[in-house]
Design a protein around this ligand. Structure first.
Ligand code: IMP
Length: 179
């Protein structure tokens, strides 16, 4: 594929991501069988994972999108601006937040608080990747596809300067490309 030569290594292939999404989907189906959740995906990185995951959840799930940005130049933890808010009223709903990767945890932590503040009944997190070594706020995803070490990854929704999002796998770029 077009960007294959930019990769130092491939961490998770498309087949592995699909297989893991099927396992997560089965678990989510079981856990939410009494009450289907509203999936809330954070733009833009989580879109490929959302698209795969929903096909493995055997419930009448709906989904909506949010786009948040960190405030630049502030030190305070989790200060985010909502660039695109949900179109759905979430009062009383069980929310399953869909993320591409939980890194420091600041983004997801603030979004969870915001959704609870808006009246969600419950908020859980499903993430394709988890980078626990980088965490600065005490938050854990309820469903994790794979753990990764302290490396910057691209593909399957994740970008480096908006590039590589459309790759059908997750990989690490050659060192010189990150410079
Ligand atoms: P957090 O608030 O530090 O947890 O940041 C989470 C967001 O940062 C993710 O949704 C990604 O958009 C981005 N991010 C964190 N680590 C990586 C990475 O290794 N590759 C690409 N994007 C990343």
């Amino acid at each position: 594929m077009i960007f294959d030569q930019d990769m130092k290594k491939i961490l998770f292939t498309r087949e592995e991501i699909i297989a893991r999404s099927a396992e997560l989907g089965a678990q989510i189906t079981e856990d939410y069988k009494e009450n289907a959740p509203l999936l809330v995906a954070l733009l833009r990185g989580s879109v490929p994972f959302l698209a795969e995951l929903i096909q493995h959840i055997d419930l009448d799930v709906q989904y909506d999108f949010m786009d948040v940005k960190s405030y630049e130049g502030t030190e305070s933890i989790g200060d985010i601006k909502i660039v695109k808010d949900l179109d759905t009223s979430i009062k009383g709903l069980d929310i399953l937040l869909v993320e591409d990767i939980v890194d420091t945890g600041k983004t997801i932590n603030t979004v969870v608080k915001t959704l609870l503040h808006k009246g969600a009944n419950s908020v859980k997190i499903v993430t394709l990747l988890d980078k626990p070594s980088r965490r600065v706020v005490d938050i854990k995803a309820d469903y994790v596809g794979f753990e990764v070490g302290n490396e910057f990854v691209v593909g399957y929704g994740m970008d480096f300067n908006q590039k590589y999002r459309a790759l059908p796998y997750v990989g690490v770029l050659k060192d010189e490309l990150y410079e």
